[in-house]
Design a protein around this ligand. Structure first.
Ligand code: BGC
Ligand code: NOJ
Length: 813
């Protein structure tokens, strides 16, 4: 069953039933101010850092889990009935409910007894605020006398502290109300120079104390003031500051009224915090013009139009037209959009990531680059430099860092031995996209230590050597705390509840080795060699190639199990991912990545490995991590065996790694298999089974329960996952084969047999390429014609004559 439909022309998913299987969300904001919004207006906002600068409050693990929101209520003064046009939190019998999740905005509305209401929520570009535009229309044949109420609960900034430190927080809350605007200024008196505000285009009455608004023992579903039809003008002294506005609405038949609410974040220079100076009153001089601009509906509309153009332009960089509607809408709209969400959020804030736990991951953000670098190259550059600055002098890296401070997270530290190589992968993707070689000369600190600056290129060198200095008994890379699979904790040996599998290390770590890191090392080593070549460092390039070649030899000798690649060796030197194992006999990561890296392409190992994926791991809902699932806890394996069979890393379908097999299949020239795997986990292609899948049909989820799980096929942890970037990369660069390279745009599609071809538009290094691919034969060999001239090979040379529009035709035979 479906809960809505795709409106591709408007780039929206339209939800037509409010009680979706799970809250289906969208993100507001794309620069510094962000919000999460569910299809029933639940969610919260923050400035830059979901933990340290939380603007509105969220209640963790609530039922339903999107509670706390941007709630609007309408009240009919004749009948005293009230309702929320977004269905939540009143759950009234509204009709014609629609939620349109679009690019950076969400519009939610419905009708109730002849009153139609919609609210459009969005964050204007270049502003630290969100706009709620409410329009109310009277479809009755009599005049309507209504009231509208808009409410938000403030968070006392540090979301972790806000959720736990009540003995203090119940006494610190402070607000000001001036000209009908609520200013939330908790802690402004001392060490903060920022405040939040909530304004209204037609303010009449307000509330700022939660209990005054809701009434005792009441929740957001029936606030006492809304029931009574009048806010109380309360001022919060401690407890729970909120912003609530009342607007009075009189509408003739078919008349529409518009209201704007603005929720924002503002900083003042420390020396200009107060006005008048010496007082304790918030200086509002610079915020007032901002408020005035957007509380005016024309200002709000203009900002919305700018946002629309921003997305039109951003998504316009790559557009395709293939025979498959699911591919088109994911590549052209939703998958690209999700890549921008992972760029902005990494793994910090969703309804599965609390915003108080993880910051930006080193491994995660570097991989995410594969999906967003073409859309925001200059911000990708900045991201790379930030990430590299959290690298440690050893070449290892902090596993995560906080976006606000940009400093490595000490609680988690480093020692995830795959981490450094993802920096090479990320930088290489950046170079291929932009051709901006200057980034390699940027001075970047180690561990954010002033004085430790070295060119970015040296960071890449250290990344490579990090592994060479940490080889195990078979000559394979030591795994450390974990590799890509955070849950394969081979040095952990934890038998104590509450210990973190990722940071507890009870073994020296000198034995357990990872075949996955070996594959990654080979791949990253060859990428680095290509970079070194272009820098004229022939000897260095040769060293990277020879070390990569040696590692390939070690994989062949100690990392091959006969029909597939092994996964690892544990602390006792025992094999993981081998026929010898009782459980966990065959794994996806080492096989997918080795094939992707081209290992075993020539001697048939890659072919065997991909066949093993098909025969042992593939299911109709995607490819599981391993088989057989671990049925009990193995002390020597760690968190992977802590999950019940079929969930997460224990034989769940980890959608992040499925693309490695897709790419592996393209390297074997098997376009049908690659596209089949792509379609199995494509959320749009799963829309019809929304009751089973449960997560949003417009974005990828991190995982789908595997065949060992009682809920086989059920997705979880949508939005913030490396799945977004890797699937985008697999479909666009390997299946459709429009691939960035250091020398130009490569065109090497490996598409399904029955496709007659496809067309694409790609803006690349300032040139607009119009690409037409036609199938004339069953294979994957391509003949290219560029602006009418035949070209040898598969790379379209970058025009040297200033041409800005290039037509490429590719014939597959
Ligand atoms: C999850 C992993 C995640 C890790 C690190 C584990 O509990 O299963 O998917 O990468 O935590 O936070
Ligand atoms: C999610 C983490 O964010 C990612 O870094 C990791 O590779 C996967 N889980 C697999 O454990």
């Amino acid at each position: 069953m479906k809960y809505g439909y795709f409106d591709d022309r408007n780039r929206e998913y339209v939800i037509t039933q409010p009680d979706t299987p799970l809250p289906w969300i969208n993100y507001l904001g794309c620069q510094a101010y962000f919000g999460i919004i569910s299809n029933t207006a639940g969610g919260y906002s923050f400035y830059r850092d979901a933990r340290l600068r939380r603007i509105s409050r969220y209640r963790y693990n609530n039922a339903p889990f999107d509670l706390g929101g941007r709630y609007i209520y309408l009240r009919d003064d004749e009948t005293n009935e009230f309702w929320s046009p977004s269905w939540q939190p009143t759950q009234s019998d509204i009709v014609e409910y629609t939620c349109r999740h679009g690019m950076g905005y969400t519009t939610i509305g419905s009708s109730y007894k002849g009153i139609e209401a919609h609210t459009r929520y969005f964050v204007p570009l270049d502003e630290n605020l969100e706009i709620w535009q409410l329009s109310v229309t009277n479809h009755r044949n009599t005049r309507a006398t209504l009231k509208g109420f808009a409410s938000i609960e403030f968070c006392l900034w540090d979301a972790q502290d806000d959720a736990t430190n009540f003995q203090r927080n119940f006494s610190t809350g402070q607000v000001e109300v001036e000209d009908g605007v609520v200013y939330h200024k908790t802690e402004y008196r001392e060490r903060r120079n920022h405040f939040a505000y909530f304004g209204c285009s037609a303010p009449s009455r307000f509330d700022t104390q939660r209990e005054a608004f809701l009434g005792r023992y009441r929740g957001w579903d029936k606030p006492k003031t809304v029931e009574a039809g009048e806010l109380t003008n309360s001022i919060a002294y401690g407890w729970s500051p909120i912003g609530a506005h009342q607007v009075n609405i009189e509408l003739d038949p078919e008349e529409t009224a518009q209201f704007v609410f603005v929720l924002g974040y503002h900083e003042n220079p420390v020396e200009k915090k107060f006005d008048p100076p010496g007082s304790q009153i918030v200086n509002k001089r610079t915020v007032k013009p901002v408020l005035a601009k957007y509380l005016n509906p024309a200002g709000a509309d203009a900002a919305f139009e700018k946002l629309r153009q921003y997305w039109e332009n951003t998504l316009g960089i790559f557009q395709v037209n293939t025979p498959d509607a699911h591919t088109n809408r994911m590549v052209n709209i939703w998958n690209a959009y999700q890549c921008m969400a992972t760029f902005n959020m990494s793994r910090s804030a969703s309804f599965y990531e609390s915003g108080i736990g993880r910051g930006l991951g080193f491994r995660d953000s570097n991989q995410d680059l594969l999906g967003f670098v073409h859309m925001v190259p200059s911000r990708a550059r900045e991201r790379i430099l930030d990430l590299a600055a959290t690298q440690l002098p050893t070449g290892g890296a902090y596993h995560q860092y906080q976006p606000l401070t940009k400093r490595g997270n000490n609680d988690i530290g480093g020692g995830f031995n795959d981490d450094p190589h993802w920096l090479i992968v990320g930088v290489s993707a950046y170079l291929k996209e932009t051709g901006d070689w200057s980034i390699l000369d940027e001075p970047v600190q180690y561990d954010n230590e002033p004085g430790s600056e070295k060119p970015l290129y040296e960071h890449l060198q250290r990344s490579f050597h990090y592994t060479l200095e940490r080889l195990g008994p078979h000559g394979l890379p030591l795994i450390g705390r974990a590799d890509w699979n955070d849950c394969l904790n081979l040095n952990c040996f934890s038998d104590t509840p509450g210990q973190s599998f990722q940071t507890t290390t009870n073994k020296e770590g000198k034995v357990a080795e990872s075949v996955f890191i070996a594959g990654l090392f080979v791949y990253a080593g060859r990428e680095l060699a290509a970079i070194a070549d272009r820098r004229g460092l022939k000897d260095e390039a040769a060293l990277y190639r020879s070390e990569a070649g040696k590692m390939e030899g070690v994989i062949n000798e100690h990392g091959w199990d006969g029909d597939w690649f092994l996964r690892a060796y544990d602390d006792f030197g025992a094999k993981i991912g081998s026929k010898e194992c009782e459980e966990g006999r065959v794994f996806i990561e080492s096989n997918g990545f080795c094939a992707l890296a081209g290992i075993g392409l020539e001697d048939g190992k890659a072919l065997k490995a991909m066949n093993a994926m098909r025969d042992h791991l593939a299911t109709p809902h995607g490819i599981v991590v391993q088989q057989p699932a671990y049925s009990r806890y193995y002390l020597q394996l760690g968190e992977i065996s802590s999950y019940p069979p079929g969930y997460k890393e224990n034989a769940g379908i980890f959608c992040h790694v499925n693309p490695w097999v897709m790419i592996g299949e393209t390297r074997l020239g098997r376009g049908d298999a690659a596209f089949d795997y792509y379609t199995r986990i494509n959320p749009s292609a799963r829309e019809e089974i929304s009751d089973l899948h449960r997560c949003e049909p417009y974005v990828y989820a991190q995982m789908i329960a595997g065949k060992d799980a009682p809920t086989f096929g059920e997705a979880k942890n949508s939005w913030l996952t490396g799945t977004a970037a890797w699937n985008y990369y697999a479909i666009s660069q390997w299946i459709l084969g429009i691939r960035t390279s250091l020398d130009g745009l490569e065109i090497a599609p490996v598409i399904p047999q029955k496709w007659p071809g496809f067309t694409a538009k790609r803006r690349f290094r300032g040139v607009a390429y119009s690409i037409t691919i036609q199938r004339k034969g069953p294979g994957n060999s391509i003949s290219l014609t560029v602006d009418g001239e035949p070209v040898t090979g598969s790379v379209v040379p970058i025009p040297t004559d200033g041409r800005k529009d290039v037509k490429v035709t590719g014939i597959l035979s």
